[in-house]
Write a protein that binds this ligand. Structure first.
Ligand code: ATP
Ligand code: MG
Length: 472
């Protein structure tokens, strides 16, 4: 079997001499510190693992990215399975770990923080854990906080991040200088795509300086737009909490004549929250996501659909993801090139734009009075603590990150691939985002459930239809 394993030296997708089996490996400290001593893993002696039958994951255990394959087709890309290894490259008493959280809020961050602290302490006996306050900037401009299991015991019950967060301010050299000054040798970085790019730079700089520092990324995105991994933490909670907003919109519009409810949900480039919230709810008549272009006027357009549903049911609810219809909004609202402190483009707000368009159309063109109810629950959703399933998920992420760093892996990020947790090269999760595939079955399931228009008519067809209407 060993013969079949082709290891990806560059840590990014590649074809190898044997393309039947590709292992996209993560870096290990011994790659640049070959003489680093190893020690028996103390986890076996911990209370937690004392009766576990198969304590260690073999370094050869891998997780397949494609689990549905045809007979005789190549086995494709694999990642190293996460979990405790027989050998570790840190003596627990010599570990000085730190945790930092960056980017926007997401349910579950506090659970991840808590479980990194508890995992390091309860499984490995590590005592020295620092919290870096206020994101990357906190490395050189803020105080640190000593994290103990007692201090973090209850933090998972609160939303937000116990360590606070920020955007911008990533200075790789200053951060690594700071790691050296403080004697930190394990860095746990919780954050989104920008944060993980920053983590990759920290890893590169650490490697350049030949430091024995393990850098572990825990990917955070409420939008579920991280490639490779099954889903991101907080996503389940977001979908669940979105039900409350959808329900409120439904109650409102059901109680009035010609009620039109619009709920704007998160999803800058990926419509997963809107799609799953719609599939979960059954009160949603139409779901608009960034991946599926829609149009308002003409045959098969949104206005026609709204009119039909109002005639049939007297009300309707639309869920719109924040990134949907940006091309229209940008064309009408004075497009600004505004960016946030991290350099992300600020999106124009589709929610009020869509509400105004619908109101205007029905009042001025259809001469039909409608009752518009617009709800934007974004901050309410982001701020809540994670639900039961996300709490379990966050625990696995945190413990896998701890096992990985103790085992000497570095420059890695962690996540479930086909429900098995794996160590994934950071570049693999930052090089592209995960989006809803309109050609996959999930979107078809949504269309089948809502019976909304698919908006697939080409522009040309629409023009023809409009002309026909005008001619008649
Ligand atoms: P989210 O978008 O989910 O809120 P994020 O991690 O993408 O999370 P950002 O505000 O983009 O949020 O970035 C967080 C931190 O990462 C900031 O401190 C920022 O300076 C840093 N960062 C962002 N992009 C990069 C990059 N390309 N290289 C280095 N650091 C980066
Ligand atoms: Mg981001």
């Amino acid at each position: 079997r060993q013969k079949n394993i082709a290891i990806a030296a560059s840590h990014v997708s590649n074809q190898f001499e044997n393309d039947d089996f590709i292992l996209e490996d993560v870096p290990h400290l011994t790659n640049f510190l070959p003489d680093l001593p190893s020690y028996p893993n103390p986890v076996q002696k911990s209370q937690a693992y004392s009766i576990v039958k198969r304590t260690f994951v073999s370094p050869e255990d891998v997780v397949a990215q494609n689990i549905v394959i045809q007979k005789d087709s190549p086995r494709g890309v694999h990642f190293r399975r996460a979990g405790p290894r027989e050998k570790v490259y840190f003596k627990p008493e010599e570990v000085r770990a730190c945790i930092v959280t960056c980017g926007g809020l997401c349910p579950g961050i506090n659970t991840v923080i808590r479980e990194i602290v508890c995992g390091l302490n309860n499984m490995y006996g590590v005592q020295d854990i620092l919290g870096i306050e206020g994101g990357y900037k906190g490395f050189y401009s803020k105080n640190t906080l000593r994290l103990t299991t007692k201090l973090v015991n209850d933090i998972h019950k609160r939303g937000g991040t116990f360590l606070r967060t920020s955007r911008g301010g990533h200075d790789t050299h200053k951060i690594v200088d700071n790691l050296e000054d403080r004697g930190i040798n394990q860095v746990y970085i919780i954050g989104g795509d920008g944060t993980q790019k920053g983590a990759a730079l920290i890893y590169e700089e650490v490697k350049k300086r030949g430091l024995q520092v393990a850098v572990a990324g825990i990917p955070k995105t409420i939008d579920n737009d991280i490639a490779v991994i099954d889903k991101s933490f907080g996503f389940d909670t977001a979908v669940e909490e979105a039900q409350r907003a959808i329900n409120a919109a439904h109650v409102e519009v059901e109680s009035v004549e010609n009620g039109v409810g619009i709920v704007k949900l998160m999803g800058r480039y990926s419509g997963f929250i809107a799609m799953y919230a719609t599939l979960a709810s059954r009160d949603v008549d139409c779901c608009l996501i960034p991946e599926s272009p829609f149009y308002l006027e003409g045959r098969g357009g949104l206005f026609e659909f709204i009119e039909r549903r109002l005639k049939e049911n007297g009300h309707l609810v639309i869920v719109v993801a924040e990134g949907a219809g940006q091309e229209y909004v940008a064309a009408e609202v004075l497009a600004t090139a505004e960016k946030d402190a991290s350099g992300n483009k600020l999106l124009l707000d589709v929610g009020p734009w869509l509400s105004d368009k619908i109101k205007d159309h029905f009042t001025n063109f259809q001469k039909m009075a409608i009752n518009m109810k617009y709800i934007d629950p974004t901050y309410m959703i982001r701020a809540i603590p994670s639900n039961a399933s996300d709490n379990i998920y966050c625990t696995l992420l945190a413990q896998s990150a701890v096992h990985g760093a103790m085992a000497g892996y570095t420059g890695f990020t962690i996540g479930p691939v086909n429900s098995r947790h794996a160590y994934i090269p950071i570049a693999r999760v930052t090089e592209r985002t995960n989006t809803v595939k309109l050609t996959d079955r999930m979107w078809a399931r949504l269309l089948a459930s809502t019976n909304q228009p698919s908006f697939v008519a080409s522009d040309q067809e629409r023009v023809d239809t409009d002309n026909e209407v005008m001619k008649t």
